[in-house]
Unconditional design. Sequence first.
Length: 335
Amino acid sequence: MRRPGRAGAEARSLLLNGHLDVVPSGDPALWSHPPFTATTVDGWMVGRGAGDMKSGWAMAVLALSALLEVGEPAGDLTFVGVIEEECTGNGTLASVRAGVLADSVLVVEPTDLTLMTAGIGVLWLDVEVVGTQGHALAAPDGVSALEAAIDVIAALRTVTEELNADQDPSRYHLNIGTFGAGEWRSTVPGTAVLGVRIGFPEDWDPDDGQRFVTERLTVALADHPWLSEHPPAITPSGFRARGYTLADGSDIAEELAAAHHAVHGTRPETVATNGTTDARFYVNEGAVPALCYGPRTRGMHGVDEAVELDSIVAGARVLARFMASWLDTPKAPAA
Ligand SMILES: [Zn+2]
C-alpha cells in the first residue's frame, strides 16, 4: 500500500487538519453533566471538547472509512492532528513549516455545516498594572493595583469600541479571560495582571493590533490620576494570529459546496468567524486554499458544550462524497 501523504501522485492531494487540544472545563458544578463523561441527551452529546472539536474528528473518521470501503483513492490524503490550536496555533504552524501540505486543506472544525472561509486577527496580551503596596490601615493613601486594573478594563472597552466603529454588528471582541491581583486581605495589592484576548481587523498584522491597543489605551487613560503617569505594561502572551480570507472561487469551496448540495439539497452558507482557526496558516503561510467545515455544536468553550450527533453523520456524508471526487481528479497542469 502506498504511503499516505507523500508527493508524487498525479491526482489532487488533500489534507485534513484537526486539533487535539480542548479548553479547560471551568467549574464542573456549573455543568448539567460532568464535563468529561460524554453524556448524550436528546441526540446531543455533552462534554468538554465534544463539539470543539472531537466532533470534526468523528466526522472525518466516518468519512474516511466510507471512502476506503469503496476503494483507495488515487490522490494522496494526509490527516494532521495538532496541539495548541486553542492558545497559539503552534502545532499547525510547525507542520506547515515542516512542509506537510497538499493541494487544498480542510480543517474539520465544527461550523454548523457551513463553509467557514475567513477569520479575524486575534491577540493575547498580558496587561500588568502597578500600584503602591502597603498596609490596609493606610489604604486611602495607597493605590490598589486591583482597583486600578478595573479602570484599565473600562479603558480597554473604549479601545474596543473604537476598533468596531465601522462594524455593525461588532466583530473585534474583547475578553478579560483572567485577572490576578493581591496576596491577602490586609495588604493593598501592588500589582495586578489582566489576561486579555482582543480581536483586530483582518488586514492588520499582530504588531499593528498591539500598537493600536497600546496607543489608544494611553489616550483613554490620559486623565487618570495614577495610570496616566504609571501606564500598564502590555506584553504579548500566546495568540498573535493574523486574519485570513480564502479567495472567492477556490476549487475546494466550490466542490465542497457541490457535495453538500448533492447530499442535502441546498448550498451551504459561507461564513466568517469572529475568532480564528488554524486554516490561517495554510492561507497565509503556505499559500494553500483552506477552509473549515464540520458538525453542529452549541456552547463551545462554555458549560454544557455539546454536539448534535446526527450532524456528524450529515457532515461525513458530504465529506466522503467530496473526498472521493477530489482525490480522483487529476491535478491541473502547471501554468
Ligand atoms: Zn476548535
